[in-house]
Design a protein around this ligand. Structure first.
Ligand code: UD1
Length: 425
């Protein structure tokens, strides 16, 4: 694929944009529907490449999956007829690891190709495996085939203390534990909004999960769950990307269909940099309005697990801070190699020095357009933010990464005044 985004930068973003369903909730909730053992209807799914890939994976397993425009998907898992999840599409996306917990919990057996996804660090899955083993599963890594096999005659509830706070491991073990016998207590868990959303979905299917959103999750396993209809929360990272893009272009944007408390870390940093951020309720939706007139002040930040500043917005935020007054210090605590965007930002004239997990961004007055290459999803978002704020034309290649996580990006940006075109076939 040789498509790229061509951006005519330097235009203020102004207007209203509506946020889509959360990618990271959607990619867990689609596999989680297997646990229902009956049809489920999901609403507010974003039409992004990762959702399409999961839909194809589910169909290939034998599930009946229909997706209609407007982000509605009906999943009937009753026709799944294989535990073999090793075909190539699986290893091309990170979130396919949720099939481990969903299939192990439902069938007691699964063979899964090891997950791929964005190359932003080592991204091990040892905590997922530790959790499944604690529930009584036999888990083998077949490294020659890059496949993981898990099997359990009966899953049994357990107390599990995670060594690192992991979104993926928290959700994956929660999925399997829903159908285990007895109580599971998960400690040192992730508290991200999409962890809570997945727990809410599972509870709608009849699961008994308490404590999602806190450090400890308790799950009473159930023999059987049931189908339900569920609407996915708005995307915290997409919201943050538009908030940052509004400030970066010295714009004034109302961002609708958001959950303001999910955005507090971003709101705080944007306000510290001089942006105006107002939260409100128009009677139909919660919204956040971000406006900015001047050059931002430098701010420093450290990425942390929720409710700290999310690693997924570190890259777009850095793009914004490239033109701040003063030096911003950005520390990436979650992934050790999440600075692939730095060399691309430098091509626009940004002044950034790197030392291990710390980037020092010395603000320059303006960025100048150039040809850039996205290397992962959120690096791509950063390059879009940079291109929108830079003078002249910026071409961003690697948009297949961006397609994985941003629904209707060019349409949404065009509607708020950006000049952005998808070029090539
Ligand atoms: C999820 C998100 C991703 C986000 C990340 C951190 C999805 C599909 N992706 O990724 O967008 O950037 O959370 O908020 O939801 N770790 C281990 N062992 C494990 C698992 C993780 O050491 O078994 C480490 C990782 O290397 C990383 C940290 O824990 O340093 C956090 O990773 P994790 O929260 O698991 O991220 P993902 O679930 O991969």
């Amino acid at each position: 694929m040789n498509q790229y985004y061509s951006i005519g930068g330097g235009r203020r973003l102004e207007g209203t944009v509506t946020i889509s369903g959360a990618k990271n909730a959607a990619v867990a909730i689609i596999p989680a529907a297997i646990l229902a053992g009956e049809p489920c209807v999901l609403e507010n799914l974003p039409e992004i490449a990762d959702v399409v890939s999961l839909k194809n994976i589910m169909s290939r397993l034998g599930a009946k999956v229909d997706m209609t425009a407007g982000g509605c998907m009906r999943i009937d898992p009753t026709t799944i007829d294989t535990f073999d999840v090793t075909f190539p599409e699986v290893s091309s996306m990170r979130a396919s690891y949720y099939l481990l917990g969903a299939m192990l919990g439902t069938y007691g057996e699964v063979e899964l190709a090891l997950p791929g996804g964005c190359v932003i660090g080592a991204r091990p899955i040892d905590q997922h495996i530790k959790g499944m083993r604690a529930l009584g599963a036999n888990v083998y890594m077949d490294e020659s085939r890059n496949v993981i096999r898990a099997q359990a005659t009966k899953l049994k509830g357990a107390e599990i203390f995670f060594d690192v706070v992991s979104v993926g491991a928290t959700i994956n073990v929660m999925l399997a534990a829903c159908r285990a016998e007895g109580q599971t207590v998960l400690q040192n868990v992730a508290k991200e909004p999409h962890v809570v959303d997945v727990a809410n979905f599972l509870n709608m299917m009849g699961a008994r999960i308490k404590g999602a959103g806190t450090d400890v999750i308790r799950i009473q396993g159930r023999k059987k769950l049931h189908g339900c209809a569920y609407s996915i929360i708005p995307d915290q990272i997409e919201t943050g990307t538009y908030m940052i893009a509004a400030a970066a272009t010295r714009g004034d944007v109302v961002i609708k269909n958001v959950i303001p408390p999910h955005m507090e870390a971003i709101t705080a940093k944007l306000m510290e940099s001089g942006a105006q951020v107002i939260e409100g309720d128009d009677g139909r939706d919660f919204f956040i309005r971000v406006s900015m007139r001047e050059r931002p002040r430098a701010v420093s930040l450290k990425t942390m697990v929720y409710p700290g500043f999310p690693t997924d917005l570190q890259q777009p935020m850095m793009a914004y801070l490239c033109t701040a007054q003063g030096t911003s210090v950005i520390t990436e605590n979650i992934f050790e190699n999440r600075f692939n965007h730095v060399k691309e930002l430098r091509k626009l004239g940004a002044s950034i020095s790197l030392s291990k997990r710390v980037a020092k961004v010395r603000g320059v007055e303006t960025l100048r357009g150039n040809i850039l290459h996205a290397t992962d999803l959120r690096a791509g978002a950063a390059l879009i933010v940079a291109g929108l704020s830079a003078g002249g034309t910026t071409d961003v290649y690697g948009i297949e990464y961006i397609d994985r996580g941003y629904e209707f990006l060019e349409q949404k940006l065009t509607a708020i005044g950006a000049e952005i075109h998808r070029v090539g076939d």
